[in-house]
Design a protein around this ligand. Sequence first.
Ligand SMILES: [Mn+2]
Length: 289
Amino acid sequence: MGVTQVDVIGVPMDLGAGRRGVDMGPSAIRYAGLNAAIGRLGITTVDRGNIPVRLAESASPEEAGAQYLPIINEACALLADVVHEVVRAGHFPLVLGGDHSIAMGTLAGVTRARGRAPGVIWVDAHGDINTPIGSPSGNVHGMPVHFALEAHSIAAERIVFIGLRDVDEGEKRTIHELGVKAFTMSDIDRLGMAAVIAQALAIACDGPGSLHVSFDMDGIDPTEAPGVGTPVRGGLSYREAHLLMEAVAASGTLGSLEITEINPILDNQNQTAILAVELVLSALGKTTL
Ligand SMILES: [Mn+2]
């Protein structure tokens, strides 16, 4: 339904995270057989390789002191250009992180190509809406929603969080002040995942290609996704995560997708990357029958 060509773009970025290792996420996902699996759905895959990202070791003291933000922005600008080109060509960008700071680049590219910000379903244990001043850690991967709002590549009324269970005090205030719709894990417990998904799609979807899913693998419970930078217990179950992606596919509105925060160093036999491939397939329309 719709997607005929997926363009895969890796972003080996770990400068936004507190722990090293998520820069190897794109390799782990490719190693799990991503491109061939998409091909088996009858969809053409073109792998555009990785966006160049400088190493932490190459940063000047000033860049390191600024939490690597200048280097992160440089890579995000390159990513935005590629995503823009892919969307303009009528293809589907699948971005592989890397830490979640890369969403700034993906969203900038999608917005530029489509002429308006996409609706966003942001799957995450964390709010990722910290400001540089309010952030307890200072890590940029906790701020991409803030920066994307500032850049107008997200609209506060068309982003929905799913899976939250570890939100900083400043983030709680921001989410309430902006009126951003957020489904915490306790909301999912009370309402059920199917009802949460229906509400999320109603907020974020607005016609074909209008939806972007930014999927932080730490949204899923660490028993299923142990290989992530910042695991938090009590996350989405295996089936809840698939149900979301299946509903996204059935909506016929998905225009772009990114998978972030896989850390192969902390993983168990590449389990988290294998799960990521399964979720991508569900989002692209794989069904059991
Ligand atoms: Mn995140």
